[in-house]
Design a protein around this ligand. Structure first.
Ligand SMILES: CC(C)(COP(=O)(O)OP(=O)(O)OC[C@H]1O[C@@H](n2cnc3c(N)ncnc32)[C@H](O)[C@@H]1OP(=O)(O)O)[C@@H](O)C(=O)NCCC(=O)NCCS
Length: 196
């Protein structure tokens, strides 16, 4: 079980980065998405997003096809300190009725704060439209501003999309256990995709 799958509840510190501002991006299919830092109120949105992911996508993200996250896990995913653990959500649709598109997060290594484990999840109907790459940009910018020099992730060996994405960013992969790879990438060496 890795850090991201089993987030321990951290001390809630007041964040230097917590002021939520939104940015807007356009996906390849023309959908306008709004991206902002996660907030405690996003519990429902996360659960809704989970219900819109296929069993395979949920397995790829959580290593289990779990559909309804336990309440404590949901809280751990949204009540972040924005320093050691931060996350961004992407939504689309009207402000009063946003539809979840995806979420990206990093959690710093408790022993080495320059290393962070990352995870990205995009609901199935929005996959392969550039959302994952936009999230990678968001994580890269945060890393550069916050002294994170290395990203790592544990991924299923048959998760072709994320392995292709890792290759695109120049990450290295290592056998971790049967069916799992550990992916690592130096933030400075990661190439920025030309998405806007
Ligand atoms: C992996 C995931 C985050 C990628 O997000 P996405 O929005 O589909 O990604 P993008 O459209 O930005 O594509 C990024 C790269 O992924 C790869 N990719 C995307 N769709 C692909 C497909 N259908 N087949 C193969 N590779 C694909 C490509 O390398 C692509 O780069 P390119 O657009 O320059 O070719 C998304 O598929 C997902 O949420 N999967 C389920 C959860 C998961 O596996 N999370 C990762 C483990 S933490």
């Amino acid at each position: 079980m890795n850090m991201i799958q089993n987030i321990k509840r951290g001390e809630a510190t007041r964040s230097a980065y917590g002021a939520a501002t939104s940015t807007y991006k356009i996906l390849k299919n023309g959908t306008v998405v709004r991206i902002r830092q996660i907030q405690a109120k996003d519990k429902h949105g996360i659960q809704l997003g989970m219900s819109q992911m296929s069993p395979q996508s949920r397995r790829n993200r959580f290593f289990s096809a779990i559909k309804n996250l336990p309440d404590q896990t949901l809280r751990d995913l949204v009540e972040v300190d924005h320093v050691n653990h931060d996350a961004w959500v992407a939504v689309t649709g009207p402000l009063h009725f946003p539809r979840p598109v995806g979420v990206a997060r990093y959690v710093r290594d408790t022993h080495d704060p320059h290393i962070a484990e990352i995870a990205i999840a995009v609901v199935d109907t929005f996959q392969s439209q550039g959302m994952g790459s936009i999230f990678a940009d968001v994580l890269l910018e945060a890393a550069r501003n916050r002294g994170i020099s290395e990203f790592m992730a544990v991924v299923l060996a048959n998760n072709e999309k994320v392995l292709a994405m890792a290759r695109k960013y120049g990450a290295t992969r290592q056998f971790l256990s049967p069916g799992e790879y550990e992916i690592r990438a130096q933030v400075d060496a990661m190439t920025q995709p030309a998405l806007d």
